[in-house]
Structure formats: C-alpha cells, structure tokens
Design a protein around this ligand. Structure first.
Ligand code: BEZ
Ligand code: FE
Length: 301
C-alpha cells in the first residue's frame, strides 16, 4: 500500500470512483474532486476554515424549505447560476432568440391564468404599467397560443411568497398569445429588492461588503409547442442597481424603460413597455434551460 501525500490523495479518490457506471457522473465527479482538492491546496485550507465551511453549508441546507431555496441563492450570488445559463445559451440558442436570464427562487408552478390585457395584481396595489408585444419565431412570425408566464415583486419590492401565506398567489400569472402571437399584461411597476438577507447567504454577502440588491424586473417564461422554452426577465433601466445586480442577471438587450403614450399600447395613458420575445425551434437533443425550479419541487426530485 502506498502512503498518500497531498497530491496523490486526489488521484486515489478518482481511482476509487472509476467504476461509476454512469459516464457523465464519473466525469463530473472526477473533475469536481480535482478542482476541490486543487482549491484546498491553493488557499492552504486550514481545519478551522474547513469546519467553518461545513457549518456554513449546513446552515444553507437548514434554511431551505418548500418555499425557500437557499442553495439556489448561494449559486446565484456566486455567479454560478448565470454561468450555467450563459453556457446553456451558447450551446442551445439558435439564431437571434431573446437572451435568457435567471429563473430565480420565486418561480411557482400553476400560476393563475389571465386574458389579454388583464392585471396580475389581484391583491397588491401600486402604480400600474403595461407590458405588451408579440412572441415571434426566428423568421419574425407571430407564434399563436404560446404561454407567457410572468411573475414579479409588488410595488414594495416583495414577492407573494414573502407577504402572503404560501397558498396565496399574487403578482404572477399565465397568458396566451392570440392568433398573431400578441400578448398584453397589465401589472404594477415592480420595485428592485434585496435578496433574502436573513440567512447564511445574506451573512456571506454582508461579509463581502456587497449590497444584496437586484434591480427591478419582471420574470418571463415562454413556452410553445415545438419551441425551446425561454426563461428570461426584463429589467427597468432607471433602477439604481441596474449595473450591479447581486446575482448577475442583467443583459443590455433585456433593459426596458416604461413610458406613457407608446404607439400601439393597449392603454396609452399607462407607462408601457413593448417587447417582442423571439423564441427558437426546439432541437432534438434539447433539455430544459431552466436554471432553477419551483422550490417546493426541488427536494422531491
Ligand atoms: C429573483 O429574481 O427573483 C432572484 C434571483 C436570484 C436570487 C434572488 C432573487
Ligand atoms: Fe426576481
């Protein structure tokens, strides 16, 4: 038996995992071990630091509930969610499809359905705005009967999960495009908000002297038969944190400026945003591009 040293221990672990039948699991785990060991060697990780990290990850897990996903928040604040998003976009975005953005931890399945131009604010109150436009394919043709799902904060910067009991859904809804691919959604002007700062990820963000804010945004998820699902968000350009999103979700092409009197707006008196979402045909090998999920579904999988 050979004695292990601080370098040979890495290959010993990988050798023990070499019979993993799933080739992708084998590849991912071997690389994980190499990078994890390399990281520990690079920073000369001490036993006290290792234990602090174990304590931190334990608290992250203990903070997760069916309506709160602290691990996703950790991934988001470390830029990992955005990185996975960017890589998936590069591998799968066909043509000039609308850029993607983070799903975030506040997406919920089975949001209520609304008709053209109806308001998703069933309880929350505040200044209103309108989002309208078309869902188009790569040729610029309207995609009929696409599902346009949106969710956002209210005018105080809170999601329904943060203000109501979890049974109640507000400020979220599903719409369908008409025969020409048009949609129109009445909503409240969202406010930027701080990610949840009362848990271990908040403690980490504070320790790094970061502000923890996301600029105001509206999440959008678009699905249509035969098309790749689009997970994106529109960001309000006048938000103070538009250039320093704590989870790195903003792209230039997703920045919008609501204004009244917009040509073609369903209600010209309301500040409105016209945005056409371009979706790409589904490829045969397509897997979901969602970096995130309804938190209540994650532990069950
Ligand atoms: C959000 O957009 O809702 C969000 C994304 C990442 C972390 C926290 C919130
Ligand atoms: Fe959000």
């Amino acid at each position: 038996m050979a004695d292990l040293d601080q370098n040979t221990v890495t290959e010993a672990v990988i050798a023990q995992m070499a019979d993993t039948p799933d080739p992708r699991l084998r590849e991912v785990m071997a690389s994980l071990v190499r990078h994890l060991h390399g990281f520990a060697r690079e920073v000369k990780l001490t036993p006290a630091e290792w234990l602090a990290a174990i304590g931190f990850l334990t608290r992250v897990g203990q903070t997760c509930t069916p309506i709160r996903q602290e691990f996703i928040l950790l991934s988001d604040t470390l830029g990992l969610s955005r990185l996975v998003n960017l890589m998936d976009d590069k591998a799968n975005r066909v043509g000039e499809a609308t850029e993607t953005s983070l799903l975030g931890p506040f997406y919920r399945e089975a949001a209520p359905q609304f008709g053209y131009g109806e308001s998703i604010a069933t309880r929350a109150k505040g200044p209103e705005m309108m989002l309208f436009g078309r869902v188009v394919n790569e040729a610029g043709e309207g995609v009929p009967h696409a599902t346009v799902e949106i969710w956002q904060t209210d005018a105080d910067g809170a999601y329904d999960l943060q203000v109501n009991n979890p049974e109640v859904m507000d400020m979220r809804g599903q719409f369908r495009t008409d025969a020409e691919g048009r949609y129109a959604i009445r909503t409240l002007i969202p406010l930027g908000y701080s990610i949840p700062m009362d848990g271990p990820v908040g403690a980490m963000v504070r320790a790094q002297n970061r502000h923890g804010f996301r600029p105001a945004h509206i999440h959008v998820l678009i699905g249509a038969e035969g098309y790749r699902e689009l997970v994106t968000a529109l960001y309000l350009g006048d938000d103070d944190h538009i250039d320093s999103d704590t989870v790195f979700g903003v792209s230039e092409s997703l920045v919008v400026h609501p204004r009244a009197g917009l040509e073609g707006a369903p209600d010209p008196a309301l500040p409105s945003v016209r945005y056409d979402f371009r979706i790409a045909r589904k490829a045969a090998h397509d897997t979901s591009g969602r970096v995130g999920a309804d938190p209540s579904k994650i532990a069950a999988e």
